[in-house]
Write a protein that binds this ligand. Structure first.
Ligand code: SF4
Length: 332
């Protein structure tokens, strides 16, 4: 029977190459793709690079939703954030713990990751790699084939279960070696580094910080809402989101039942808007005027807003500089 190893597969080139290097030493790879509400492909995992490339390479891929526990981790990461709201160290530890459970279930000797020494300033420094091993309770059990020769040997290398000489010694930010290896192995269709993670996006992170400050119980729908529309914070618990195009209007329509008040253009072509908070007369008017602001101006034409069973004329477009209203994030 072939030996089995578990590999974290993100769909990026490094994770795939790492798995391939271990496969070349006679291991079957059980891949683990961790998804969350912060993944750009959340809910659409079958279309990810991870699934497609794994299929092409014969990797048996499992998909794991990191769920509510991960949302709470992102709110308060023990090891802090990277450049934006990406808690990469805690995220890696979280994923490794799940991979460890599969490793134990299968009786595999290690978990494979595509980490490269010195490639990322926060999560791939030599000292950080050790912190990750320690906090995931996986000392000597994480196989990093791309940088293995620059790191202390794993238990599997010491036990002769895998040949250290056939592992690699890549370090730093240049990706030339990986690109040459991808060419040699014929690997195509991988994703850009961290390309699938919303937490590395500056504008998304601004909206997420605002949400964390505003709301205690956050679910995936709240996070999905951060990916669409123009966001305006009015007060604690009060926010207006205005769609930017048809696709976003449709997303807003689909999210309206999850605790938001829906405003639609009644007799003109314009954006849909959602309001969180109590729809007081003043707020309803503010939402309607913002919708007018972001719709095509037709002089002399009345533009009315539909709110539940009510149709109203909100008045003139609303200057964004209205006292107390703060735009959160920018158009990305
Ligand atoms: S980029 Fe995103 S998914 Fe990747 S380790 Fe960082 S937080 Fe996790």
């Amino acid at each position: 029977m072939k030996k089995k190893a578990v590999a974290l597969i993100s769909g990026g080139l490094d994770s795939i190459l790492a798995a391939k290097v271990v496969m070349d030493q006679g291991f079957d790879i059980i891949g683990l793709y961790c998804t969350s509400a912060f993944s750009k492909s959340y809910g659409n995992e079958q279309e990810t690079h991870a699934v497609k490339v794994s299929r092409a390479l014969g990797i048996d891929l499992r998909i794991f939703d990191m769920g509510q526990e991960y949302i709470e981790l992102v709110r308060r990461p023990a090891h802090g954030y990277g450049k934006n709201t990406n808690p990469c160290i805690d995220c890696k530890i979280f994923m490794l713990k799940k991979a460890r459970a599969i490793m134990d279930e299968l009786g595999s000797p290690f978990v494979v990751t595509g980490e490269v020494l010195g490639q990322r300033p926060m999560s791939q420094r030599r000292d950080t790699l050790q912190v990750i091993e320690r906090d995931a309770d996986m000392r000597g059990l994480i196989m990093r084939p791309l940088s293995a020769k620059l790191l202390p040997p794993t238990k599997a290398e010491l036990a002769g279960q895998i040949d250290r000489e056939k592992l690699l010694s890549i370090s730093g930010r240049s990706r030339n070696v990986q690109l040459r290896l991808a060419e040699r192995y014929g690997i195509r269709g991988y994703s850009a580094p961290a390309g699938g993670c919303l937490l590395t996006d500056k504008n998304f992170s601004a909206k997420l910080r605002d949400l964390f400050e505003d709301k205690v119980a956050i679910d995936p729908n709240d996070i999905r809402l951060l990916t669409v529309g123009r966001h305006f914070r009015i007060d604690t618990g009060v926010k207006i989101v205005v769609g930017r195009d048809n696709a976003e209007n449709n997303v807003l329509l689909s999210l309206a039942p999850y605790g938001y008040h829906l405003f639609m253009p009644h007799d003109f072509s314009g954006p849909v808007a959602l309001l969180s908070g109590t729809p007081t007369p003043g707020l309803k008017q503010a939402v309607g005027r913002l919708m007018i602001t972001y719709s095509k101006q037709t002089p002399g034409r009345t533009r009315r807003i539909q709110f539940a069973d009510e149709v109203f004329d909100p008045g003139d477009p609303l200057p964004i500089s209205m006292a107390g209203m703060k735009r959160v994030g920018a158009d990305s």
